[in-house]
Design a binder for this molecule. Structure first.
Ligand SMILES: [Zn+2]
Length: 178
């Protein structure tokens, strides 16, 4: 008897978060009319910094997990201590210090997680965040004197290029630059 009630609660919880999702979620092109399009439709997320930040260091994943590389992108902030915002709705899954850096991680669902550092946050694990909601305050230290945020995105356990979520990197739809 309790299970249906639980399911109903879950459905309610899901429905209550629906307005915060991207309006493009129901965009035409969902051929089946049943399965939702990928949560990470290319270019559908927002930049975690405003105004749109410059890329200081690109995504450069190592060939092997144990090798060094750059498992994310470094985005230049226009000012010290600016707010870092969530690029997509989700749930805070981690807030804390990793080695010596304050990190906040947001679980966007569908196996996608964003991590930002160095970011000081007052949020706690389990907090729901909307797309564009402030996650915390950017600290300096990751790019020397230039204030920047390191943004990593994992799909499952694999690091992927965060820019694919804010830019449409598919070659077939690149627009002419002029
Ligand atoms: Zn970095």
């Amino acid at each position: 008897m309790k299970l249906p009630a639980l399911v109903a609660l879950l459905l309610l919880a899901t429905a209550s978060t629906a307005p915060s999702t991207s309006p493009t979620a129901g965009a035409p092109g969902a051929r089946t009319g049943f399965s939702a399009p990928p949560a990470a439709a290319a270019g559908s997320w927002s930049w975690p910094l405003a105004p749109r930040p410059a890329l200081l260091r690109a995504f450069d994943p190592p060939d092997k997990p144990w090798l060094s590389g750059h498992r994310g992108v470094d985005l230049k902030s226009a000012s010290d201590g600016g707010p870092v915002t969530s690029p997509e709705s989700g749930t805070v899954s981690f807030v804390g210090i990793v080695v010596d850096r304050p990190v906040i991680t947001v679980d966007h669902g569908n196996g996608l997680r964003s991590s930002f550092e160095p970011v000081a946050s007052t949020l706690t694990k389990g907090d729901a965040v909307a797309k564009g909601e402030v996650l915390g305050t950017l600290l300096t230290g990751h790019c020397g004197p230039a204030p920047c945020v390191h943004w990593g995105v994992r799909r499952g356990d694999e690091y992927v290029n965060p820019l694919e979520f804010v830019l449409d990197l598919r070659p077939s739809v690149l627009l002419p630059l002029n």
